[in-house]
Write a new protein. Structure first.
Length: 371
């Protein structure tokens, strides 16, 4: 479009389980899996207080799920302030004093969107949609531009995806992948905490055997969440760890298995092949597994996160995304760019270090937080 040219401007805890030495080939029949102790949480058997006269009290209808959702939205909005300042407030300045959306506004809007890490293709798609509505006289009031962009971004990040039924398989296997430093292990620990809190039997697998620190870190998260961790010594074959862990989980009757993997640079073919081998081993033990392959991305890396997502989708067929560190960046617009190009749903977003700072992704809340 002709206006796209740039203008000149002035609880109790299970202990980690040490499995036997890894087998030479995961395809061989493994030794019997080491038993995993179960932790039974203490039950509060105290009697309810029945002495108070309840007759004079108004009935209170509590909606904890809605209240928690509202609290998280407020945290999300507060912690995405950098993205909101970089995008929403700049859009407001574009239309300040203007009554209509004209070519100058659209031209300036392109720059705002691109520099907010939506990328050129996504930015131009948004501009085309806005321009079409302006042309049809469905959008002529400049003060409504921000609301229109919020609606369009919500539409871009809404990717149809089936709800997870974590009890439909025994076990439901989630494989977590990504490059070093994006927060894979932390994400796994938080997921384990949430699912354990929902009454699910969760098992973690320390599949990053290349770094001893990674095994210890996952073990600490397992203790914190109160779930068992399947591990072997540093340097073990991660495929063998996965094979033995599947045996242990199936014998235990675990509801969910979360498999950690070593950080893989998306440009290193040989390292990606190792992750594919882990996938094949899991599938051999349970044909429909892994049920989910989650790619963890650091939102602060902007367009580099999009490059990683492209390669991981091509090589591993990722089924979902986790965006971390959204609280520390002005580049939150990359979420829309990734969803628009790859059509992979964002499953979770992280906005802090707390156990409850990883939450299921809500497109409406996300769009509302940045506008």
């Amino acid at each position: 479009m002709k206006w796209f040219k740039r203008k000149d401007k002035a609880a109790p805890q299970d202990q980690p389980v040490d499995l036997p030495e890894p087998m030479a080939a995961p395809e061989d029949v493994p030794e019997p899996a080491t038993a995993v102790e179960e932790t039974i949480p203490a039950v509060d058997e105290s009697e309810p207080d029945t002495d108070r006269d309840q007759g004079d009290l108004e009935p209170v209808v509590e909606e904890p799920a809605r209240a928690e959702s509202h609290r998280f939205f407020q945290r999300l909005r507060n912690r995405m302030q950098k993205t909101r300042e970089h995008l929403s407030q700049r859009v407001d300045r574009l239309v300040l004093g203007k009554k209509q959306i004209d070519l100058d506004v659209l031209d300036d809007l392109e720059e705002v969107l691109i520099t907010s890490d939506l990328g050129v293709p996504t930015s131009r798609l948004l501009l085309q949609r806005v321009a079409d509505r302006v042309k049809r006289r469905e959008l002529d009031d400049a003060s409504r531009l921000r609301d229109e962009l919020r609606r369009q971004i919500q539409d871009l990040v809404t990717i149809p995806a089936p709800d997870w039924d974590l009890r439909r398989a025994k076990p439901f296997v989630v494989m977590v992948v990504g490059v070093n430093g994006v927060g894979k292990t932390t994400t796994i620990g938080k997921l384990a905490h949430q699912w354990k809190s929902q009454g699910l039997d969760v098992m973690l697998v320390a599949g990053d055997t290349f770094r001893a620190a990674a095994i210890e870190q996952l073990s600490l998260w397992g203790e914190r969440a109160g779930v068992p961790v399947v591990r072997q010594k540093s340097g073990s074959d991660p495929s063998a760890v996965a094979f033995d862990a599947m045996d242990a989980a199936m014998a235990r009757g675990s509801d969910v298995v979360i498999m950690d993997t070593a950080g893989r640079m998306h440009t290193k073919v040989n390292l990606m092949e190792e992750v594919k081998k882990i996938q094949r081993v899991i599938t051999k033990k349970l044909p429909e597994a892994p049920h989910e392959v989650l790619l963890v991305l650091d939102a602060t890396t902007g367009q580099n996160a999009l490059s990683q997502a492209r390669q991981f989708k091509s090589e591993l067929g990722i089924t979902g995304l986790v965006l971390t560190k959204l609280d520390g960046t002005a580049k939150g617009g990359v979420v829309a760019a990734i969803c628009q190009e790859l059509q992979v749903p964002v499953r979770f977003i992280g906005i802090g270090e707390g156990m409850d700072d990883l939450q299921p992704f809500d497109p409406e809340q996300f769009a509302g937080a940045i506008f």
